[in-house]
Design a protein. Structure first.
Length: 197
């Protein structure tokens, strides 16, 4: 059965290289990933599913970290530093759309970065649909996230193809009957596409 829709992860696929702000926090402020892990591995997950607001959860951590600027600067620097779009992937997406393939963004994001991606990064125009965890109320690799996409697109699972740099997320899609590929490099991505088209 032919592929009718492709879902692309954001960070690690179309946003690449990723985690540049994490590197900047370490280099400029001494805020290593070990220091910030309690936040990003804890309360941040509630922000990703839309059950908590980022600033409400982040403020106590910024104070504990000794952040020397305003919370607004933290957010602004995060959005702009991680504004790295791989135009090769964008071009590939547009080529696929021109062939009649529905192309979707499938990403775990909190509300602020979701809004930034829609507008400043132009994803609302690049993709046919945006499936963002904070708007769905579930995040990858939770089954409810994939089920939402299936219902919205009204496609059979075997008509869906998924690219993500995270093995757990790819495995979850594969277990639902999707075609799913781990994204490593753009060159490998192009080779993967040749298997389906």
């Amino acid at each position: 059965m032919p592929i009718k829709a492709i879902c692309f992860d954001a960070d690690g696929v179309i946003v690449n290289p990723q985690l540049l702000y994490a590197k900047r926090l370490d280099e400029e402020y001494g805020l290593t990933r070990e220091i910030t892990a309690d936040f990003f591995g804890g309360p941040f997950n509630d922000c990703l599913t839309g059950t908590a607001r980022l600033m409400d959860e982040l403020l106590p951590y910024l104070e504990a970290w000794g952040w020397p600027h305003t919370p607004e600067k933290f957010l602004h620097d995060w959005m702009t530093t991680d504004h790295v779009v791989d135009e090769r992937v964008v071009d590939a997406v547009q080529g696929l759309r021109a062939q009649g393939i529905t192309c979707c963004l499938a990403t775990n994001q909190e509300a602020n970065r979701a809004a930034y991606m829609r507008t400043h990064m132009g994803f609302v125009d690049i993709f046919d649909h945006l499936f963002i965890s904070c708007e769905i109320g579930a995040q990858k690799p939770q089954p409810a996230y994939y089920a939402h996409i299936e219902k919205f697109l009204d496609l059979k699972n075997e008509e869906l193809l998924f690219f993500n740099d995270g093995l757990n997320n790819v495995k979850a899609a594969y277990e639902r009957g999707w075609h799913a590929e781990v994204y490593t490099t753009f060159e490998a991505f192009k080779r993967s596409l040749e298997k389906y088209f």
